[in-house]
Design a protein around this ligand. Structure first.
Ligand SMILES: Nc1ncnc2c1ncn2[C@@H]1O[C@H](COP(=O)(O)OP(=O)(O)OP(=O)(O)O)[C@@H](O)[C@H]1O
Length: 323
């Protein structure tokens, strides 16, 4: 089962450039969370801070009782073993074939024999649909395959926490859909805590259990998927529905003149909340909740047409989904 990450009052700047301030959130154990935000709001910096590649100016990151923002190198080294990381470009060694790339963490961090390593590598290659491509070099395969190879490598040490930076950048919608399904299936299988940084609104609306939004140097909101997808908060509603109308402008925040010009333009109504992707083999995912459960429990009426037609989201009603 995955590990909870409790982030408290995290602040990061580079010189006098503040990236974000006072970020506080808990990534629940075994759940999939997505972090969104306009370009340059520090999503990648957050991922790097979580694995200790960058030191925050202030704050705490609690994992299994250790504050990895303030612990000794030796403790950080141990905690890092809980993490699997998939960087944007897959971060493959160009001169090694996919097999050696995926085997690398096992050879580096374990004393496993080559035959044990072979079993693990082939198992993960199969999981990401890359069996048969073991002898290819990273330069000989597509971007989508490189990402999947990066994912196989992130999985070989059986991570409790999986951090993924923009898995869908540069992928076509079909490949993105396959990758999203893979995340859901993987989460059901390995039960790790996932944090995915993405710009893809469709992925963010259908994959995670929780969504966070970084905006204007702070965490605008973090919570269950249904909470954010039913939120009328202008920044959240604008971003999650990819609208031009709202406080976010081309260079992050709109100025007073732009906002004044939009004063009488109403934000469009929220679109229906889609169903969350389920596992491809029907196996239940521990963190998955019934459609509409959060809305029902919190007395929130979701936008009309949410979750398909057969889910009652009235407070107090039991949710039913037609087969
Ligand atoms: N090592 C560093 N030194 C100085 N500045 C940095 C460093 N790493 C990141 N930054 C700055 O931090 C800011 C946030 O960068 P980051 O890559 O985290 O944004 P992002 O939200 O992931 O953006 P995008 O969605 O475009 O990938 C940028 O202004 C970037 O230039």
């Amino acid at each position: 089962m995955g590990t909870e990450i409790a982030i408290e009052g995290l602040t990061k700047s580079f010189g006098n450039q503040l990236i974000w301030k006072d970020v506080t959130l808990t990534l629940p154990a075994g759940e999939i969370s997505v972090m969104l935000g306009p370009s340059g709001t520090g999503k990648s910096v957050l991922l790097k801070t979580l694995i200790g590649l960058l030191k925050p100016d202030e704050g705490h990151i609690w994992i299994e009782g250790t504050d990895i923002a303030n612990c000794k190198e030796k403790e950080l080294y141990e905690i890092r073993k809980l993490f699997g990381v998939l960087f944007q470009d897959g971060a493959m060694f160009g001169s090694m074939d996919l097999y050696d790339n995926v085997a690398f963490p096992l050879r580096e961090h374990t004393k496993k024999s080559e035959s044990e390593i072979r079993n693990i590598v082939m198992d993960k290659m199969e999981l990401v649909g890359l069996l048969g491509a073991e002898n290819k070099l990273p330069g000989e395969i597509s971007g989508g395959m490189r990402k999947r190879a990066g994912l196989a490598r992130a999985l070989v040490l059986e991570p409790e926490i999986l951090l993924v930076d923009e898995p869908d950048s540069g992928l076509d919608p079909v490949r993105t859909a396959y990758l999203n399904q893979l995340f859901i299936d993987l989460n059901a299988q390995i039960d790790a805590t996932f944090l995915i940084v993405t710009h893809d609104i469709n992925s963010c609306r259908t994959v995670p259990d929780n969504i966070g939004l970084l905006y204007h140097k702070h965490l605008a909101m973090f919570g269950p998927r249904e909470m954010l997808l039913s939120s009328e908060e202008p920044v959240v509603a604008q971003f999650l529905n990819a609208q031009r109308v709202g406080p976010i402008g081309m260079s992050e925040e709109k100025d007073a003149d732009e906002l004044e010009a939009e004063k009488n333009i109403k934000m469009p109504p929220l679109p229906p909340i889609p169903l969350q992707i389920t596992t491809s083999n029907g196996r239940p995912r521990r963190a998955a909740r019934e459609p509409g459960a959060w809305c029902r429990e919190n007395g929130v009426t979701p936008p009309p047409g949410s979750f398909g037609e057969n889910v009652s989201t009235a407070p107090g009603a039991g949710a039913e989904v037609s087969a």
